[in-house]
Design a protein around this ligand. Structure first.
Ligand code: ADP
Length: 190
């Protein structure tokens, strides 16, 4: 099972990814990887800095190198991609790469959360790129660049929309249902 989490900034992808990791998924989150590179001041981190601070997408070739290396490391584990692919070009790259690796995406989970709720959540979380102007930019990028990614996977019938409003547990249950995790076997009645 290889899953892509898609959704606007603040939708709760990271929180749900953490829970899914308990089911043996390897979480590959480009935002986390980039922030880690930035904290360690690696050349890639330093190159990414200005983009992250503006809420713009980091150039594809930088992000790609990070993600592909992680996928190769993960070998045959279940993949959980979070924050990638985020535009049409990344979508094309990952599809080609996964095909070469003989890895198939089984589910794309699209988190549906209204924008006002997202802003409230992000203002409460206080990450450095969670200021009003930067959040606005990230929403724009999501609408303009990530919508085609959802459409691409929808055309392959891989997209499952999840209502992203509710408790962490509610949302986790919705995802488990889609992925058919922890389903209790039905006892057959004679
Ligand atoms: P959010 O989804 O809340 O905006 P992320 O942690 O996923 O947060 O991403 C934070 C920032 O990292 C983005 O605004 C962008 O600058 C950069 N980033 C993350 N993933 C990608 C990607 N796939 N391509 C380009 N830039 C990315």
């Amino acid at each position: 099972m290889n899953v892509i989490l898609l959704g606007p900034p603040g939708a709760g992808k990271g929180t749900q990814a953490e829970i899914l990791c308990k089911n043996g998924f390897i979480h590959i989150a480009t935002g986390d990887l980039l922030r880690e590179a930035l904290a360690q001041k690696t050349p890639l981190g330093l190159q990414a800095k200005a983009y992250i601070e503006k809420g713009a997408l980091v150039p594809n070739e930088l992000v790609e190198a990070l993600v592909f290396a992680k996928i190769e490391q993960a070998k045959s584990s279940h993949l959980l991609l979070d924050g990638y692919p985020r535009n049409a070009s990344q979508c094309e790259s990952i599809d080609t790469f996964l095909e070469l690796q003989k890895i198939a995406i089984s589910h794309v989970i699209s988190f549906e959360v209204p924008e006002d709720e997202l802003v409230t959540r992000m203002m409460g979380r206080g990450r450095k790129d969670d200021t009003e102007a930067v959040i606005k930019n990230r929403f724009e990028v999501f609408k303009n660049e990530t919508t085609p990614v959802i459409e691409h996977y929808a055309s392959k019938n891989l997209v499952h929309e999840i209502d992203g409003i509710g408790s962490v547990e509610d949302i986790s249950n919705r995802i488990s249902e889609v992925l058919r995790l922890n389903t209790i076997p039905q006892v057959e009645t004679p």
